[in-house]
Design a protein around this ligand. Structure first.
Ligand code: FE2
Ligand code: FE2
Length: 211
């Protein structure tokens, strides 16, 4: 993957918007995948309703970014894109709790950590339109993390597991990257995702134990 250029130039902004559009496209697939892949499990209707709602919002996000790319004369598919999100889906294909731990609670929560700064930078370099798109996405993503925590906790309790401990065990086992502070504790808390779940993964300066 070529290194993303600074946001100040149109090329840099195209690269950023393209990378984000790629994430949203994967997010659409991931939302439908959790519905289809785990439909055989005894889950309430509300579970599937939540992920249909997420899929719909991810499609809106993709559209907003695609429209903004078009403003710059670019479109999705113009640049190469990584496969990391889909690899996470494959790695957690057999375990719903692992899927929830890795996708909404690590990857989407990471979006909450980095998006405010990206939006502020876009504003600073004179691109309030792109900043507004990112802020809209950010608000919706708090709800996606919230849905992840809600179902993670509920399924843990139904299985007699302690949610915080189970989260850390699954992240160590299934998430191949590293958790990257600083965390947006405020947004994560607004999603009902307390620091006691994820901060112990950083304890002792060890970014993340692999297991
Ligand atoms: Fe999204
Ligand atoms: Fe999302």
């Amino acid at each position: 993957m070529p290194k993303r250029r600074a946001f100040g130039s149109p090329a840099g902004r195209i690269a950023l918007l393209h990378a984000l559009a790629h994430i949203e496209l994967n997010a659409i697939d991931l939302a439908w995948d959790i519905i289809a892949r785990f439909s055989g499990e005894a889950l309430p209707h509300a579970f599937f309703d939540d992920w249909v709602g997420v899929a719909t919002e991810e499609a809106v996000h993709f559209e907003l970014l695609a429209e903004r790319l078009a403003d710059f004369g670019a479109r999705y598919g113009d640049l190469p894109a990584h496969d990391g999100l889909w690899e996470s889906a494959a790695a957690t294909a057999d375990d719903l709790l692992a899927r929830l731990a890795v996708v909404p609670l690590v990857l989407e929560a990471r979006g909450l950590d980095v998006t405010p700064e990206m939006a502020a930078t876009l504003e600073r370099v004179g691109d309030p339109e792109s900043a507004a798109v990112l802020r809209r996405i950010y608000c919706d993503e708090i709800d996606h993390v919230a849905a992840g925590v809600r179902w993670f906790d509920e399924l843990c309790r139904a299985r007699g597991l302690i949610p915080e401990e189970t989260f850390r065990k699954l992240v160590r086992r299934y998430f191949k990257g590293e958790l990257k502070p600083p965390f947006n504790r405020e947004a994560r808390a607004a999603a009902g995702f307390p620091a006691r779940y994820y901060e112990p993964l950083l304890r002792g300066g060890v970014p993340l134990l692999r297991g």
